[in-house]
Design a protein around this ligand. Sequence first.
Ligand code: SAH
Ligand code: F3S
Length: 441
Amino acid sequence: MDLLKSFYLWNIGCQMNRADAARLSEALERRGYLATREPREADLLILNTCVVRQSAEDKVVGRLSSLKSLKQGNDRMLLVMGCFVDDVEELAETYPFVDAFFAPSDIASVLEYVDHKDRRRAHGGPLDDPLSAPEIAEQVPISYGCDHHCTYCIVALRRGRQQSRPVAEIRRDVEELVSRGAREITLLGQNVDDYGSDLPGGVTLSTVLRAIHDTDGLWRIRFLTSHPQEMTDEIITTATGLPKLCESWELPIQSGDDDVLRRMGRGYTVAHFRDLVNRIRAATAPRDCAINTDIIVGFPGETAEQFQRTLDLVREVRFDVVHVAAYSPRPGTVAARLVDDVPAAEKERRRAAIEEAQTEIAAEINAQLLGRDVELLVDGFQGGRWRGRTRTNKLVFFDADGNAPGAGVGAGANWLGHLVQARITWTGPWSMRAYKPRLLR
Ligand code: SAH
Ligand code: F3S
């Protein structure tokens, strides 16, 4: 292979995949490759894949077949990583035009492979290109894999047992990103509340939170995803007691019915979940607190009454965000052996019912902010407006005089990466508008 010059990285799936894609892009840029959005222009094509539901897997297969023709008659390299990668031998047979397959999050092996194939590296070592700045809000993985066995879940099967990263390594990553301009860090894991159970020394999520909290220049910390069975009062106390920890929790309930939860292998009851939400809200008060959740509708055997309990719970708990998905049988999971007996149209009806209820609730929750001053971390400029997020992770857009990015703070200010206070002037279910931005720092 001659010099590799540019790469095309296609990514779908969870926050972990997004973080992996960002890390991989950065590592390739460090080596002197240029990112392109056009696969035709790229010497190196990489797909970072997801198979959490059949629809995601279909996208991966579609992407693979559309890239197949690009591989013909040239020495472009095509690499596939992520949860699509299971039995490599079988995959290599089905997709002979793919050069290599890599496990989820195995960035090190991808880079090793690329370096080995790329003669420039063999001769010259890494190029000293200046690094592009990180995003204002960045992610740092704290653990890979998951030790739970939710019966519907393929993620744990593809990603394997939990592997927690050492605290010192996490702290180094955080310090590096912050020293280059990141102001908010989200710690990632399939189940962050279980962090450390595979490490010596009794380290927990709280240990990590305390270890990174005093990083100079770091203003906000988040973590996800939590598991209702494993969140302890110790974590709640630590998280609500540290000033940089934002008041927003990702706490998947999955179902509002105890029998369905049991068959999902979730290990908690609705009563436990309700109590947990109350404890988090009480510990956060009087501050606002956002609780976001995931729900699966149409799990095998889910009756109309059982679904109704989920809908009732959504109305009762009043989540800030609900990610709702129709159940999709995944190969190799325990639930895949159950009869997928809720018809597709009924799953869609249940999904839409949750969406509809949640849209109304989200609109009501946001409407309470009308006229109030909120603290925003400005992380982008979009559609002619500055974009920021509240500590509860709500999206707020605001205009500033002559609002082009690039100017100095003041008139026509560049608010990017600043913390501002602004007054909410309009609210909808998904975003809000604000005015009178005032620089906090
Ligand atoms: N521990 C991770 C789980 C990753 S899967 C986390 O909590 O983020 C992310 C979400 O996808 C799950 O919470 C679940 O709501 C949904 N999901 C997982 N498997 C699914 C399946 N087979 N069908 C439908 N939705 C599923
Ligand atoms: Fe999957 Fe359950 Fe773990 S959803 S990733 S097995 S907590």
